[in-house]
Design a protein around this ligand. Structure first.
Ligand SMILES: [Zn+2]
Length: 397
């Protein structure tokens, strides 16, 4: 299949000084779900089928590297209360835990399917899905089993919060997470994650849990430095985490240690520890945004993700996060688009998504716009005209 008539093709394959690797008047050939050829339209080879982009911009599909889609119920009333002035403390997670435990497999599966479809229609072709609202051996295992029906990037987050029944014996809960819960979850999980935060898990507990996950072959990710300064970022880098997520409250030392792991912006896809920023959470909790400029100017690799969850960020929209990153976090549109595509891929240690080059997976989006700039310039507008996933056109809008 040939996609031609591309006014602006974002490849993320441009190298130093041109990270987006933008090409004009381009065409792209897809074979067997992969990009087989990219070049100028006049040199395009013949193909059985053709999609005419009509002068629109074509981008790699978004890579949402942080989402919590397995849950039941919603917390709209908590959101309303927060907007009326109540602070966010993370305590509402327990509300969702109760609803999730009470839900049937079918109800959980239906919610994941609905949100996965919603994300796909907004251009997300790769998504990570965490557990973390079951917090029993059986409920964490089934959350991951259901998540694995929708993505290869499943993350065991048994250490989301200490559930109420373990409130006065957190050491016992850590033992459960590292023992029977990890054993039941690991067959369905690729990653392990910990909410390392005051009121959740401290550095010693987080280190113990992440090390147990690493010992059974899971990659490390950390919820770090969201609600206040803390040890999460340094711990993540120490353990070789693929990503530390939130990064809202960073010290100079946190920035330095993230920058020291290197940047994939100019050097290709080195295994760095990515700083994944989740501005939907700050938006939905009316909190100060992370300082993206400080991270980027120091040379850290930055990704953007939705943090889609029913409490602190109930959006599945990567375009919304791009708009927030540009308007509220002073990222350039190019930096934000890179972070939402190649940055997310780096955060999942993937080299075959988040970019469009020969051999990459044919995951791409055709905008209803001539340029990637419109994703931030036209916030809230449904600009995703068509999504191709593994080279297959998804339901048109
Ligand atoms: Zn999260």
């Amino acid at each position: 299949m040939l996609v031609d008539g591309i006014g602006e093709l974002v490849t993320n394959d441009g190298g130093e000084g041109d990270p987006l690797g933008v090409r004009r008047d381009a065409a792209l050939l897809i074979e067997d779900g992969q990009v087989a050829w990219i070049g100028s339209a006049r040199d395009a080879p013949a193909a059985d089928r053709r999609i005419d982009a009509g002068g629109a911009a074509v981008l790699p599909g978004f890579v949402d590297s942080h989402a919590h889609l397995v849950f039941a119920g919603d917390r709209a009333a908590e959101f309303a209360a927060r907007m009326a002035g109540e602070p966010y403390t993370g305590g509402g997670i327990r509300t969702t835990v109760g609803a999730t435990r009470a839900a049937s497999d079918g109800e959980l599966r239906a919610t994941v399917a609905r949100l996965r479809g919603e994300a796909m229609r907004q251009g997300t072709t790769t998504i990570e899905i965490k557990s973390g609202y079951g917090l029993t051996v059986a409920d964490e295992a089934r959350s991951l089993r259901i998540a694995a029906e929708f993505t290869e990037h499943t993350t065991f987050l048994g250490a989301h919060v200490v559930p109420p029944e373990y409130a006065d014996r957190p050491d016992d809960y850590v033992g459960l997470v590292c023992g029977p819960m990890l054993a039941a979850a690991a067959p369905y999980a690729r990653w392990i994650d910990v909410f390392c935060e005051r009121g959740a898990f401290d550095a010693d507990h987080a280190r113990a849990i992440l090390a147990c996950g690493q010992a059974v072959g899971l990659g490390v990710r950390v919820h770090a430095n969201q609600l206040g300064p803390g040890p999460g970022v340094q711990l993540g880098v120490e353990l070789g985490a693929a990503s530390v997520d939130h990064c809202t409250h960073l010290s100079d030392a946190d920035i330095d240690v993230l920058a020291s792991t290197g940047t994939t912006w100019v050097s290709g896809f080195e295994p760095t520890t990515v700083a994944t920023l989740l501005p939907g959470a700050e938006f939905s909790t009316r909190s100060p945004y992370p300082d993206a400029r400080r991270l980027l100017d120091a040379g850290a690799t930055v990704a953007l993700a939705t943090d889609c969850n029913p409490g602190s960020s109930y959006t599945s929209s990567m375009p919304f996060c791009i708009a927030l990153a540009v308007r509220e976090m002073r990222m350039t549109p190019a930096e934000a688009v890179w972070a939402a595509t190649a940055g997310g891929a780096a955060a999942l240690r993937r080299t075959d998504v988040g970019r469009l080059a020969r051999g990459a997976r044919a995951d791409l989006i055709i905008l209803d716009a001539p340029s990637h700039l419109h994703l931030a310039y036209r916030p809230g507008v449904p600009l995703i005209r068509q999504v191709l996933h593994n080279g297959v056109p998804q339901c048109p809008q």
